[in-house]
Design a binder for this molecule. Structure first.
Ligand SMILES: Nc1ncnc2c1ncn2[C@@H]1O[C@H](COP(=O)(O)OP(=O)(O)OP(=O)(O)O)[C@@H](O)[C@H]1O
Ligand SMILES: [Mg+2]
Ligand SMILES: [Zn+2]
Length: 242
C-alpha cells in the first residue's frame, strides 16, 4: 500500500517519469519503505512486548551458570532471526517455566523478522481458540474465518502459551489442523509453552505438551521447530533486573 501523503506519488503509488523521451509510469518506493512499519502495526504484538529485542534481554549478573545458559539461548534466537529463512528448521519452540523470558524472546525474533520485511502475526493461544470458537457457527459449520485463516496462512505465526488450556477434541483438532497446514506448506511457527516435552516431565502428574495438543501436532512441531529449553532461573517478573 502506498503512503497517503507521499510527496512523490501523492498516495497513488505511481510516478510519471520520462524515459527515452517518453513518459512512463513507474511504481513509487514508498510502498516498500513503509512495509516493516505496516507489518508491525498489524502484527498483533501486545504493547508489553512491542519493543522486545535480544538487545534489551537482560542476562542475570549474580549467577554465572544462569548467565551462560541464558546467553546461549538468547544467541540462538538472535542467530535464527538473522539467518531465517536459511535455517535448518523454519520455526522455534521455546519451552520453560513462567517468567523466564520465553514470550520476550519469541517476540524479539518476530520483531527482528518484521524489520527484515517478513510478515509476522502474534496470537495468544487462548485468544486464538476463543476467537475461532466464538465465531463458530454450528448451523453453517463455519468459524471465525479471519482469525483461523490468518493463523493458517500468515507468513510467520507466533503462538504464545501453546497448550495453556484444558483439552477437548475440538481444541486438539483445531490446533492440529493449524500446525499440520503450516507444516505442509513449510510456513514457520514460533511457539512458547510452559509444558514440558514428552518424557521431560519432572513430575509425572503434569501433562506434557503432547498430552495437551495431541501427538500428531507435537510430532509436526518437532519436525518444524528448533527446540529451545529455557534454563531454570528465577521468574523475571519477581527477580527484576538483577
Ligand atoms: N532476561 C530478560 N530481560 C529483560 N526483560 C525480561 C527478561 N526476561 C523476562 N523479561 C520481561 O519480564 C516479563 C516476563 O517475561 P515473559 O513474558 O517473556 O515470560 P514467559 O517465559 O513468557 O512467562 P509465561 O510462561 O508466564 O508466559 C516480560 O515483561 C518480559 O519482557
Ligand atoms: Mg509467555
Ligand atoms: Zn509514494
Amino acid at each position: 500500500m502506498p503512503v497517503d501523503n507521499c510527496p512523490r506519488c501523492q498516495g497513488s503509488g505511481w510516478i510519471f517519469k520520462t524515459l527515452d523521451e517518453q513518459e512512463v509510469v513507474i511504481r513509487c518506493t514508498c510502498d516498500e519503505e513503509t512495509r516493516a512499519e505496516r507489518f508491525a502495526l498489524r502484527s498483533g504484538i501486545p504493547p508489553l512486548y512491542e519493543n522486545a529485542s535480544t538487545e534489551n534481554f537482560v542476562l542475570p549478573k549474580d549467577n554465572p551458570i544462569a548467565h551462560r545458559s541464558l546467553a546461549s539461548v538468547m544467541l540462538t534466537v538472535r542467530t535464527y532471526a538473522r539467518e531465517f529463512p536459511v535455517v535448518d528448521k523454519p520455526g522455534l519452540l521455546l519451552i520453560g517455566e513462567t517468567g523466564v523470558g520465553k514470550t520476550h524472546l519469541a517476540v524479539a525474533a518476530l520483531n527482528a523478522l518484521i524489520q527484515r520485511g517478513f510478515e509476522g502475526v502474534f496470537f495468544d493461544y487462548q485468544t486464538l481458540l476463543d476467537r475461532i470458537r466464538s465465531g463458530y457457527d454450528r448451523s453453517s459449520g463455519s468459524m471465525d474465518k479471519e482469525a483461523y485463516r490468518l493463523a493458517l496462512d500468515c507468513e510467520i505465526l507466533l503462538l504464545d502459551d501453546l497448550g495453556a488450556h484444558r483439552v477437548t477434541d475440538w481444541v486438539e483438532d483445531t490446533v492440529a489442523s493449524i500446525i499440520t497446514h503450516r507444516c505442509n506448506h513449510r510456513k514457520p511457527v514460533i511457539v512458547t509453552t510452559n509444558l514440558p516435552a514428552p518424557g521431560r516431565e519432572s513430575n509425572k502428574a503434569k501433562d506434557s505438551l503432547s498430552d495437551r495438543i495431541g501427538a500428531r501436532a507435537w510430532s509436526r512441531l518437532n519436525e518444524m521447530c528448533k527446540l529451545i529449553e529455557m534454563p531454570a532461573i528465577d521468574d523475571f517478573r519477581v527477580r527484576g533486573r538483577r
